[in-house]
Design a protein around this ligand. Sequence first.
Ligand SMILES: Nc1ncnc2c1ncn2[C@@H]1O[C@H](COP(=O)(O)OP(=O)(O)OP(=O)(O)O)[C@@H](O)[C@H]1O
Ligand SMILES: Cc1ncsc1CCO
Length: 323
Amino acid sequence: MPVNVARALLPKGTIIGKTCNTPDHVKKAIAEGVDYVGIGPVWGTLTKKVSSPVVGPKGIGEMLETLDGSSVKAVAIDPRSASQKLSKIIHAFYDSSLRTFSEPRAAPYSLDGIKSALGTMLASVKEFSPLVHQITNNVVTNQSANATLALGASPIMATAPEEMADLSKAIGALLINFGTIQNLDGMLAAGLLSTWQATVIKGNAAELGAIANSLEVQARGVDSVGKGFADPAKFVLDLARKQRCIVVLTGVTDWVSDGTVVIRLSNGHPLLGDITGSGCMVGTCVATFCAGVSMAAFAKRSADAEEDGRLVRGDMLLAAVGG
Ligand SMILES: Nc1ncnc2c1ncn2[C@@H]1O[C@H](COP(=O)(O)OP(=O)(O)OP(=O)(O)O)[C@@H](O)[C@H]1O
Ligand SMILES: Cc1ncsc1CCO
């Protein structure tokens, strides 16, 4: 029913909303004079058929951008909720979108704070021993599985698309790592279950430069060559903002950002540059820490926590630093 007809029929002051799946739908709904838009679905679900295309957090961001400057409110639709009820009203979702994939930090980071958090995070990995699903290259599969075990978690290196749906229900984290793609369909199936919205993107300068469409650094095969970024701190900050996730730039010095804070790590060893797979292993360790931290945060959640619209629990910036 057109909005103006509904308005004419309903009592004055009735709140009217419309479900939207694209920025164009949102534009149309604003022009029609709605009070709010239901945008989504944010995620797919394995428990029911979702009729509209899943938009993911990026799609939500684009629709909320369309709302900028209007007084129309937005509600995100999350079909994973068993009762199919709309999740939290979220103008705040976009304002806090940089934090969507990480809980806000309780206090500013300090070196001592980070060091003590590392111990706690490692203890969480050991306590929960999360299943860390890794679809990685055949150069590092064995090393990565052993690195996961060494941290106290449980690796599973399954690649077949047929296994992805079942696995997605059991895992603490999913790592998708390129290099020698063995089963593209498996990667796509696994990635699609999280609508390809990463919590952390990790790469060397050439890899992240490619994602950012930057010509500042060059690649030779899987390696980054040359001096790297002139301003790596700004690079990771900008990329994290753009991708709405944590970014880890590896190299002699590692740079980690969530789009608001940048942490620089100089704790590598030159020998790590002389072997293959050290970057892939960083990815494994980051995924393992993220899994441990999010499982620990989930275990501590309050009773009504599943209604609060948060997508990831725990401080993923710290988890990435831990990894
Ligand atoms: N010369 C170096 N000095 C100190 N640490 C280093 C050096 N080279 C690499 N590292 C360490 O190794 C890790 C991996 O970084 P690098 O950028 O070399 O990964 P990569 O190029 O993706 O590796 P690969 O493709 O072999 O997996 C970094 O996090 C860093 O701690
Ligand atoms: C050497 C190599 N080739 C493809 S993946 C890989 C491992 C390091 O990235």
